[in-house]
Design a protein around this ligand. Structure first.
Ligand code: ZN
Length: 329
């Protein structure tokens, strides 16, 4: 049963109301603190608690803007259950306009879950999200996109590891979200104390979760925002939180094989392909030059597949992802 009221931190929403609040991550030792803005949309009737998180990587803008629309588009008077929105999980990245890593501690927030109360700022953000928000949810959507440098076609990740019932519920959520490519991830940790990813923090605690990817290149594209809103509406319908909503995707491609090629050297990157492009094994995907025009590395498709994302801006640093290719088997 949904409680009569719903509380996060110092913010309480009564039945049939919307409440906004902020979670405070205190400063610690030499590192600053931060604030995490959230909205609670609390229905009158009991139901699931769906957590929507945007801005774990805060230059992934489409989900952030989608949640700004959804915060007023979901009617608490007709909602069954509760929707919790974390508007920007990683505020230092948002105002710093950073990709991949926090400007404060250089860490990737989506690799440090479940976090530590006395750790770096990224670890403390993860800890607050784990304890104060993920703990209250029954279902979780971690809303990502191509980062500020990533040119991406939309897809979801379905995590197969852990409790089979949780995995099956996650599969149904991925279908309900509606994106027509679903990457099958068989390699996530199963230890709740070393969950690494936000979605996996939920999964290892028995809560079905899906990570989604919409938008990219630091843009707010209407199509990507609309896909995100539509996806949330599909999951809400699927979970019985609302009567109306889009149907699940009928025939997605299950991307059961994928590879992310990484740069072996730093330089200027030139993409030779676009997202959604089908490529044959051996096809040129892009190349890196030095600053005197010499090609110093090129990238070829390791198998026949589809380009899921490719770096769309010139800087490339050794070790960074360059291109993701996936296929159905
Ligand atoms: Zn991301």
């Amino acid at each position: 049963m949904t409680a009569h009221t719903f509380t996060i931190g110092h913010t309480t929403a009564g039945p049939g109301t919307i409440a906004g609040g902020t979670l405070v991550v205190p400063a610690h030792h030499d590192q600053p603190g931060t604030a995490i803005p959230f909205t609670i949309v609390h229905g009158i009737e009991p139901g699931p608690v769906l957590l929507l998180v945007a801005g774990v990587h805060a230059m992934e803008y489409a989900p952030i803007i989608a949640l700004q629309r959804l915060r007023t588009a979901i009617d608490p008077k007709t909602l069954r259950g509760t929707v919790v929105m974390v508007h920007v999980a990683n505020m230092p990245m948002f105002f710093g306009r950073r990709i991949y890593y926090s400007p404060v501690d250089g860490q990737n927030l989506n690799r440090v879950f479940p976090g530590k109360p006395d750790g770096t700022l990224s670890e403390r953000i993860a800890d607050v999200l784990t304890r104060e928000v993920i703990s209250l949810a029954t279902h979780v959507l971690d809303l990502h996109g191509g980062d500020g440098n990533e040119w991406l076609r939309p897809f979801s990740y379905w995590v197969t590891t852990g409790d089979p019932a949780v995995a099956q519920a996650g599969r149904a959520m991925a279908l309900a979200f509606g994106l027509d490519r679903i990457v099958v991830d068989n390699a996530r940790p199963t230890d709740p104390a070393a969950s690494m990813y936000l979605s996996n923090t939920a999964i290892t605690r028995g809560k079905p979760a899906v990570t989604t990817e919409t938008g990219g290149l630091g843009q707010v594209e209407e199509d990507a925002v609309a896909l995100t809103e539509r996806g949330v509406a599909g999951v809400m319908k699927h979970l019985g939180m609302r009567d109306d909503g889009p149907a699940p995707v009928a025939k997605p491609k299950w991307i059961s094989r994928d590879v992310v090629l990484r740069a072996g050297t730093s330089g200027i990157f030139y993409a030779a392909v676009e997202p959604e492009q089908m490529v044959a094994k051996g096809a040129l995907l892009g190349h890196i030059t030095d600053f005197h025009g010499h090609t110093i590395e090129d990238f070829h498709a390791p198998f026949d597949g589809e380009v899921m994302y490719v770096i769309g801006t010139p800087p490339i640093t050794k070790g960074e992802p360059v291109v993701m290719v996936g296929c159905e088997s």
